[in-house]
Design a protein around this ligand. Structure first.
Ligand code: PLP
Length: 375
């Protein structure tokens, strides 16, 4: 059975060029980057070149990039550390990824910390007026923790404006940019973000590798003690081959950015028009404006009883899709994001997140519509 992959926001398929390069790195770069012999020095040099390349894509300095095992690690690290270093209040939303929400929840239950959840507009955007009101409210060390692009509905935050407001009121700004890196340019020499996280497998790199950006002079204490890697912040032999492959994947994403985004927009527009044509009453939960081109969330006009089975039924037809974020796909609970945005009736209906990559075609959308007709 042909497999159609429409779940790129959960994880993306590695670019064949990246797999080829990674295989080469695995056979050629054999030294431990901390070893002082020639083989170790070659690995170290490749590692530091990768760091410089990633920094360059973000217009940052290489000393501001720390390699991690992925975004979840970076999120946990930054939020906990900020609280350890005196943050007394976190401003966030209820539609962040669970890595953020659950980390904050754990801290809220164990520490003396206030958490303010911003209210949301219908399309998942925040109210900047409310953000300013909260920032003005009290003189309290604050971390603003807002994702760049929502992984379920694709809503995009104005990070430039958010960063400006955070600076104006001396709050720290941390953004989860997992669904944005490699899909849009982010110039950190202009946008005053303090911390940012990314994950390699979301932009056609390997899984289990990512990076954390920490602006110069912002605090971050050691996560792992040991060998002194990552400037003593995160000991342990670096995941070299994955780091290099992730870097190649990011470079290719930025080299092909304009044409791939145009392709994604075409697929998304086509999907919206075909779904509305074949399934009148389909509700588009990802607004056409201010949402990422690779994410389309819809509520189908199908009976409620199909809600929990839809992913399984599409899977039986060879179509890989999610209901929301991948970590919740086995759950029968409605998505925590849609729960904030839809009315009770719509929330009971089947909703799916269709997420695309440069590898998808319009025919994939035709196949999805045909499969949905049989459900
Ligand atoms: N943040 C967002 C927005 C995500 O989409 C994901 C992955 O689904 C994560 C964080 C966690 O990334 P990882 O599982 O690679 O650590």
């Amino acid at each position: 059975m042909a497999q159609i992959y429409l779940d790129s926001a959960a994880t993306s398929i590695m670019r064949p060029e990246v797999i080829a390069k990674m295989t080469q790195y695995m056979s050629e770069l054999i030294g431990n980057p901390s070893a002082t012999h020639a083989l170790g020095r070659s690995s170290k040099s490749a590692l530091e070149t990768a760091r410089k390349t990633i920094a360059k894509h973000l217009n940052a300095s290489s000393s501001e990039i720390i390699f991690t095992s992925g975004a979840t690690e970076g999120i946990h690290w930054v939020i906990n550390d900020c609280v350890d270093n005196g943050v007394k209040r976190i401003i966030t939303t209820r539609i962040e990824h669970h890595a953020v929400l659950d980390t904050i929840f754990a801290i809220e239950n164990s520490r003396d910390i206030e958490v303010d959840y911003l209210s949301l507009n219908e399309n998942g955007t925040i109210s900047y007026t409310e953000l300013v009101q909260l920032l003005q409210k009290e003189d309290c060390p604050t971390l603003v923790c807002l994702m760049h692009t929502n992984n379920e509905i694709g809503t995009i935050l104005d990070i430039e404006k958010t960063a400006r407001l955070c600076k104006q009121y001396q709050a720290l700004f941390f953004t989860d940019a997992v669904q944005a890196i490699g899909k849009t340019t982010i110039d950190l020499s202009i946008i005053d973000v303090d911390y940012l996280v990314a994950s390699g497998h979301k932009f056609h790199g390997p899984k289990g590798v990512g990076f954390l950006y920490k602006r110069k002079n912002r605090f971050l204490k050691t996560l792992f003690h040991g060998g002194g890697q990552e400037k003593g912040l995160r000991a342990g032999t670096e995941n070299l081959h994955s780091i290099l492959a992730m870097t190649d994947a990011l470079t290719l994403s930025y080299q092909n950015l304009a044409q791939e985004q145009e392709h994604l927009k075409k697929i998304k527009d086509y999907a919206i028009s075909e779904l509305e044509l074949h399934f009148p009453g389909t509700k588009i939960n990802s607004y056409p404006e201010k949402t990422a081109n690779h994410i389309l969330n819809i509520t189908l006009p199908f009976p409620e009883k199909k809600a929990s089975m839809i992913v399984f039924l599409l899977d039986m037809k060879g179509i890989a899709i999610s209901r929301g974020s991948a970590c919740q796909s086995g759950s029968n609970q409605p998505s925590h994001v849609l729960a904030q945005l839809l009315n009770k009736e719509d929330l009971k209906k089947p909703s799916i997140r269709i997420s695309f990559s440069y590898q998808n075609t319009l025919e994939d959308i035709d196949a999805l519509c045909e499969a949905l007709k049989t459900i």
